[in-house]
Ligand binder design. Structure first.
Ligand SMILES: [Zn+2]
Length: 196
C-alpha cells in the first residue's frame, strides 16, 4: 500500500516536472508564466506602464495562453503583439503559426471565439504587400501596386481575383481602415472582373 502511494506521488511529481519543462512554450509580449496564470510579474508590469507593451498585447497573450493549456499547437505560437483597430483584433504571429491556423477551421474558430471582434492574422514582420495578402486571405490577390492619384498622393492598389459578391469574406472597409492605420497608406481595392 505504501509502495503504491509512493508510486502515485512519484508519478505526479514527474508529470509536474515534465509539465513545467514543456508547458511554458508560448512566446508572448509577457512571460509565459504570466500569460498562463493571468497575472503580471513586476518586470512585465513595468513594461506595460512604460508603454513598451499594451493592455491589448497582455489580453491577447493571456487568451492564447489559456487556449494553449489545452491545445499544443497554440502553445507553440509566437505572439508578437495585438493591435485593436475599430473592434478588429490584429494578431501578429509568426508565418508558421498563421499557416497552422489556416490549415484548421476548428483552430481558427477556437481562437476567434475568444475575441469580441474579428481576428486578423498578420505576420510579425510583414511588408506592405504581405500585410495586404494576409488581410485578404483566403481570397487571392492578383496584384499589389503603388499608384499615384491625381492630387499627387500615393495609393496602393490591390486587385482581387474574381468579382465581388455579397458573400465576399473580407470586410473591405475594415481592411482599408487597417492598412490606413498601420501603414499610413490609402488602399484601393479593385476586382479582376467588374461588378455588373
Ligand atoms: Zn512577466
Amino acid at each position: 500500500m505504501i509502495l503504491l502511494v509512493d508510486f502515485i506521488f512519484a508519478r505526479r511529481d514527474i508529470c509536474n516536472f515534465i509539465e513545467v519543462k514543456i508547458r511554458f512554450t508560448l512566446q508572448a509580449p509577457i512571460c509565459s508564466f504570466d500569460a498562463k496564470n493571468a497575472v503580471l510579474c513586476p518586470k512585465c508590469e513595468s513594461k506595460l506602464e512604460s508603454g513598451a507593451i499594451t493592455s491589448d498585447d497582455v489580453d491577447a497573450a493571456i487568451k492564447l495562453a489559456q487556449l494553449g493549456k489545452k491545445n499544443k499547437k497554440i502553445d507553440k505560437f509566437s505572439l508578437a503583439s495585438c493591435k485593436v483597430i475599430d473592434g478588429n483584433y490584429l494578431l501578429y504571429l509568426k508565418e508558421d503559426d498563421i499557416m497552422v491556423i489556416r490549415q484548421s477551421r476548428t483552430l481558427y474558430r477556437l481562437i476567434q471565439s475568444q475575441f469580441p471582434g474579428k481576428i486578423w492574422l498578420v505576420e510579425t514582420k510583414a511588408s506592405d504587400k504581405r500585410l495586404i495578402e494576409d488581410l485578404f486571405f483566403p481570397t487571392r490577390v492578383l496584384s499589389i501596386n503603388e499608384v499615384w492619384a491625381n492630387h499627387g498622393n500615393q495609393k496602393i492598389k490591390a486587385v482581387i481575383a474574381g468579382k465581388w459578391t455579397p458573400k465576399f469574406p473580407i470586410n473591405l472597409e475594415n481592411a482599408i481602415e487597417i492598412v490606413k492605420n498601420l501603414r499610413k497608406q490609402e488602399l484601393v481595392v479593385e476586382f479582376e472582373k467588374a461588378r455588373k
